[in-house]
Ligand binder design. Sequence first.
Ligand SMILES: Nc1ncnc2c1ncn2[C@@H]1O[C@H](COP(=O)(O)OP(=O)(O)OP(=O)(O)O)[C@@H](O)[C@H]1O
Length: 739
Amino acid sequence: MDALRSLVSPLVNGSSVVDGMKLVVLGGTVETARRVSSSAWSHFVNSFFLTAHFSEEDHPYDWLMLWLSRRPEWQRSREFETTTRAAHAAQAQGWEDDPAFADEGEAEGGAPSKTRVIFQPTFDTTHTIYWRQHWLRVKRARGGDGGEVLSVSVVARSNTILKALVLQAKREYEAEAVHRIQIFFADPHGAWRWADARHKRPMGSIVLDPGVKEMLLGDARDFLASEKWYADRGIPFRRGYLLHGVPGSGKSSLIHAIAGELMLDIYVVSLSSAWISDSVLMGLMGRVPKGAILLLEDLDAAFTRSTSRSTDNDGPAIEGPELPPKRRSREKEMRDRDRDNMSDLNTLSLSGLLNALDGVAAAEGRILFATTNHLEKLDPALSRPGRMDVWVEFKNSSKWQAEALFRNFFPSTDEDDLPLDDGEIELPGTPPSASASTSSLWSASTLTSSGSGSSRSTSAGAGAGKGGKAKAAPEPLALPQFGSSNKAYLPPPVAPEIVAAQHSARPLDGKTLANLAKRFADSIPEGEFSVAALQGYLLKNKSRPEAAATEAAAWVVSEREMRERMQKEKEAKETRERLEREKKRKAAAEKETAKKAAEAAKAKKEKEDAAKAKAKAAEATPAVVATVPVPATTEKTTTEPTVALAVADPDADTPAVAPASPTDATTTVEEVVAEPDPAAVVIPESDSESSESEDDDNIYRVRLGRRISPWTPARPAHSQWPSHTPPAAPGWGSTNSWL
Ligand SMILES: Nc1ncnc2c1ncn2[C@@H]1O[C@H](COP(=O)(O)OP(=O)(O)OP(=O)(O)O)[C@@H](O)[C@H]1O
């Protein structure tokens, strides 16, 4: 005990515990003070900083990212990450041209690298950038929703510097984007997703009847400048254009060109999308920025989504030859993915669409373009003024358009159009049939004769746009040929169309071009082919303008034949399908008839079987019939009806009757037995599980576990019953001695 006390006493009485406690308190105080002072310091510092936050989803974020990408401090980050995800943004904004920002890799052969890598500082790294006599602290971070947020802080008394920064970034961005238009597509979640940045399409490349383009462009320009005019008159600041007509006639191309001319972004919604609904559309419309083009594709398909249209035409609305296949396929992929991911949720209603177009929540300041191939399918409410103010019809190509298209297509050495020869059209060089072998020397003979085996790349005088300088005829084509050194077997000549596909045409002088264009237009029937079809033909002959002009008539014939063949095939297919359908319908009807007949036969058989079984059972089993005889005569005064039991004897003609009560009413029983119900109240004794009595004025039957068919003998009048003896049902077993 003493030993224990001696151990504990220093702890209790000694100063070590107190010292320990003091240490804990001291440590706690110091740490608290440190935290408080640090927090106070950061509050103090932050109170001098002005901070702006930019969310990834908003445009200023893109402006600032472009601005930052050009700051050496940003690029010198010691901690950085690489991404290819943002490569499209870089491309869109021209960052790809900045060697410090993207990789310089090139694929073999000098082609640009397929994947561009972007370097950017990691998250949560703070950068200090000096700009306009201010130090800016810039940080990328993750926002609450997982998206990226860019924060820019500056020590300043007012936020002027931050505003100036944003405006500067915007200016730079817009200067960068001046040659491109941004395309956004609606996604199934009701948000706008950036899809592409495309080069502007020159208005001159659109071939329409004179004045149409100018009218539309002028109208849109005037609208954008008239906000006050609209406000003063209380008219909603919106304008709608309905472009309708045959496919491939330039509707989307014109919208693209107008957007480029007016420097507007395009927001595209395809109303035939599977996921579109009233609420999604309303949300999308509300988020279209002011001064943008909203493009509603396939207006007619909104409520009658035909699979053929939605599957065939799911490419981007803004199509053009200049669109790189890579981007085209990315957009297609995006749409396909959306379509695959989403179940068919299209619940767009007409009223929903009308509301989205000009309801109270509809966005103002935007230009609406809607396209349709079937004007006749549109609800009149959709196309009324206020929703669609200007209508433009697009038709198949006229001769005038064909000529203009030809002139646009092939490069010319002259700026000015030369008057056409009145006389015969003169083609340069040899006749068309031989032109393939002489013009630009793309011929097979050139190929075979060039067999040096060297792999020289041919610049075939291409790229000289209209007005470009005339170039010397390109060098003979010298493609590397497999087996060129093999003397035993010479390679077969290359097909002319393959050769033609490899080059562009030489620039033609103005007079020749004019003559060829006229010859081409003469061969094209008025209003029979779409401009897109003509463009396709010219593309096939893009290195052979002469052949394109002279072979156009043959092409028209072959196209007609092909159409005829396709029409016949279509009709044959339809007939086949119709016959197939009829056959199926017939087979189904026959099957149905056979089924019904089988069912009827089965039912009949069942009925017969049941009847047989019943009859058999009636013959085989004696039954107990319990009836309650009634007073047959008025003399009967007893208040208790007598119960009689009839035991069915299969061998007897009539069932034997055993009086159930000593107070017998033989007459009654005999009556009952003598006139049995034909529906056979024959109840096997063994079936008797329960019984009840039925009140029937003067007849009482006792049910023995089976329904008894009605049997109504002659009734005595009620008055025959004494008033004090109602025909109460006898209590179960009240008089029936055997129960
Ligand atoms: N009038 C035109 N002028 C110049 N090019 C045209 C014209 N019409 C069609 N094209 C060319 O044909 C192709 C398809 O044109 P576009 O997509 O504009 O037709 P669309 O009328 O919008 O067709 P759809 O109704 O099927 O969407 C484009 O490559 C375009 O360059």
